[in-house]
Design a binder for this molecule. Structure first.
Ligand SMILES: [Zn+2]
Length: 214
């Protein structure tokens, strides 16, 4: 039995969806389920990366409670969820997923991609909370205490983009290009809704030197 939680996070433009799709395509699970929030209306029915790769979304939903959990008839599953910052019930789904997976046996992976922070470096959605909790639980698991509702293996990948801040030099404008860990809001509205792609021109990836809380 192998229960794995794999988290892909980072700022906008850090290729989270692209990495999710590449893991999805190469994974050997017998049943793969793809899930995205219905609030993301850029590409209906699809999980789509900025680089152009895409995969159909089996579930385009407002809440994860409508996604069926692993069952005894599906001993090897991969659930891939994109834009997880929009799912309020992420923690509940995570717990239910691993409880059920442990019950039915087999090999089950929950692969999550989403923003960890909003443009003001505040935790966005439940992903950071989930990562922290899962890591602490997995420490307990390693000491041979059987912990339900959590994975045996937890992988957290924090991806970065390239800082797009332009510095004016004597030769003209020069792009910073340092690893960018944050999303900078550069124009428009007070909305907290950061949907990758939809924010084109309104958000940019900035490094820790150039990112400003506004
Ligand atoms: Zn920079």
């Amino acid at each position: 039995m192998a229960l794995t939680l794999h988290i892909l996070t980072g700022p906008m433009y850090s290729s989270k969806s692209s990495r999710l799709l590449s893991i999805l395509n190469s994974h050997s699970a017998l049943l793969k389920r793809t899930i995205k929030p219905s609030v993301d209306t850029r590409a209906p029915g699809l999980i789509k990366s900025r680089t152009g790769s895409q995969h159909r979304a089996d579930f385009s939903v407002q809440s994860l409670s409508s996604v069926p959990l692993p069952s005894a008839s599906t001993p090897s599953t991969l659930y891939a969820i994109d834009e997880v910052q929009f799912f309020e019930d992420l923690l509940t789904f995570h717990d239910d997923f691993f409880n059920k997976a442990r019950q039915v046996g087999g090999s089950h992976t929950l692969l999550l991609a989403g923003l960890d922070l909003d443009f003001n470096r505040r935790p966005f959605g439940k992903l950071l909370e989930l990562a922290t909790r899962s890591i602490i639980h997995s420490e307990v698991t390693r000491s041979n205490v059987d912990v339900v509702g959590t994975a045996d293996t937890v992988i957290v990948e924090r991806l970065s983009a390239r800082c797009s801040f332009i510095t004016t030099t004597s030769r003209g404008g020069e792009r910073c290009n340092a690893p960018a860990l944050f999303s900078q809001r550069i124009a428009g509205g007070d909305s907290l809704v950061l949907i990758e792609g939809e924010g084109e021109g309104r958000y940019a990836p900035y490094c820790h030197r150039h990112h400003q809380v506004i």
